[in-house]
Design a protein around this ligand. Structure first.
Ligand code: ATP
Ligand code: MG
Ligand code: MG
Ligand code: MG
Length: 480
């Protein structure tokens, strides 16, 4: 099954269960002061769960473009080093706004995975919230009973804690248990060695979480007590690229047809072969294949790389990819821009916004590459020198002043310096860096607007994950 077919089957399946299929909201969160990027399928529906506004239908499904590079969900550091966390990914989801609840949701998820996608039943594990007395939340008996009835085998059900199996919007507000679905993709031999059950939620690359079913059934009041919500909701999210890995029988998301086209172009441009290893060269190819999606789709959704907020996050992601190509694949000329056409073609049906703006996206990326490549080589040379000196002196940390200088003179975002430092066993003085930024701000108000102010604002935003209310989300005018 190709990835396009896999996506289509998901939407068709929920359409057949009377769901309205709606478009993805843009990658860049609009009208939401708590969120820079859409990081889950439910983000565009938050209002409805709070009882504000009316959903377009009681049952809705879609594929949502998500970006997890800031705030509560930040997977950036894992990307390239593991095979199943991306910056940008698609989250397939189905929702019930005060309509069906656990019974239908769990039955349908099992039906879709085992009958439509034909995933092997004996490789699937499900988790159920075990309750938390201290926090006043009960064991999810209902989901346990349902799974027992659906699967008919208790040994495939796992009890999970609050961290993995309880969802809350904030300190107060809607919350409830969730039930996750995990799949064991290891070889028969490995399975015989160790039961998959013991590897669930253990960051094993072949025993991965694919789907989360969240059941909003409580409202947490200010005094910490729970009351039943008058209308109960279902919110589910399934990682599309991971699902493709499972269905296509691959060991890594990057081996599926979601990424293979882009990786082929990277191979052509670099003259090197992708072997799926943990070696730097392969890490670099994964980072590039991942980051080009985040950057291209963000630009297509109206965001340009800049020195401010969300624009700066995109610039940092792009520079991170450029540096990987430069250092490990010998790519000294703009190359990210050359990956855009393949991506645009691949997603022309499902996310036509990229194909419609492919030339613009490619141009923005090329300009960024030219500008950064101009100073990258000199900056890397300088950083090498600094690291060499520090190592000779027996020091383990790059001073904040130096991190600042690299940022100011060579356009190295602090996280890029940190990444390069880490490769050499060093860290950066983050506090000193912030201080240097502040000092510059004091010296020159004008200069500060481009770096210090933006960085501080970003750091503050990053810490803000609590829900505080927002305006109406985007309209559903365009129903696909
Ligand atoms: P994980 O534990 O693997 O980090 P999660 O529990 O943070 O995943 P959820 O917030 O439950 O993920 O999101 C729903 C689904 O989205 C997950 O079951 C997974 O399949 C997928 N997903 C989450 N984060 C990523 C990511 N960074 N890249 C690709 N898919 C992801
Ligand atoms: Mg996660
Ligand atoms: Mg998880
Ligand atoms: Mg989860």
């Amino acid at each position: 099954m190709t990835s396009s077919e896999i996506r289509r089957h998901f939407l068709d399946f929920f359409r057949s269960k009377q769901h309205l299929i709606v478009p993805s909201a843009p990658l860049v969160a609009k009208n939401d002061p708590t969120l820079m990027f859409n990081n889950s399928g439910m983000a565009q529906f938050k209002d409805f769960f709070l009882g504000n506004g009316t959903p377009p239908a009681k049952r809705v499904a879609d594929t949502q473009k998500c970006l997890r590079v800031s705030g509560k969900h930040n997977d950036l550091e894992d990307v390239g080093f593991d095979t199943y966390h991306h910056t940008m990914f698609e989250m397939l989801g189905n929702w019930s706004f005060g309509d069906y609840f656990k019974k239908e949701a769990l039955h349908w998820s099992w039906e879709l995975l085992t009958e439509v996608y034909k995933l092997p039943k004996d490789r699937i594990y499900v988790s159920v919230f075990k309750g938390d007395e201290k926090d006043n939340v009960p064991f999810d008996q209902e989901s346990w009973d349902l799974w027992k009835e659906i699967i008919g085998d208790e040994s495939r059900i796992i009890l999970g804690n609050k961290k993995d199996n309880f969802w809350e919007m904030g300190d107060t507000g809607p919350c409830g248990p969730c039930s996750e679905i995990h799949i064991d993709l290891r070889s028969e031999d490995d399975v015989a060695q160790k039961p998959g059950k013991e590897l669930v939620n253990a960051d094993h690359p072949q025993v991965v979480e694919i789907w989360n079913n969240v059941f909003m059934q409580f409202n947490r009041k200010a005094d910490g007590s729970l009351e039943e919500l008058p209308a109960r909701h279902v919110d589910t999210g399934m990682g599309f690229e991971r699902l493709c890995m499972a269905i296509q029988g691959k060991q890594s998301n990057y081996d599926t047809d979601v990424f293979s086209g882009t990786i082929r172009v990277i191979e052509e441009l670099s003259g090197k072969k992708y072997t799926g290893s943990m070696e730097k060269q392969d890490v670099a190819m994964r980072v590039i294949a991942d980051h080009i999606r985040a950057v291209s789709f963000a630009i297509a959704d109206g965001l340009v790389p800049s020195n401010a907020k969300a624009g700066y996050v995109i610039r940092r992601i792009l520079r991170r990819a450029i540096r990987y190509g430069y250092s490990y694949l010998n790519l000294m000329e703009p190359f990210m821009t050359k990956l855009v056409p393949t991506l645009a073609m691949q997603f022309a049906d499902v996310f036509p916004e990229l194909n419609a703006q492919r030339d613009f996206v490619a141009t923005v990326i090329r300009e960024e590459e030219i500008a950064f490549l101009r100073t990258l080589g000199t900056g890397l040379g300088r950083l090498d020198q600094i690291i060499g000196q520090l190592t000779t002196d027996g020091k383990k940390e790059i001073p904040g002043e130096t991190v600042f200088e690299l940022n100011d003179t060579f356009g190295f975002p602090a996280d890029l310096t940190a990444l390069i430092a880490r490769e050499k066993g060093l860290s950066i003085d983050e506090t000193g860096f912030q201080k240097a930024l502040q000092e510059q701000k004091a010296r020159s108000r004008k200069d500060a607007q481009a770096s210090a102010g933006d960085w501080i604002e970003l750091a503050e935003l990053d810490n803000k994950v609590e829900f505080v209310g927002y305006d109406q989300p985007d309209s559903y005018a365009q129903i696909v």
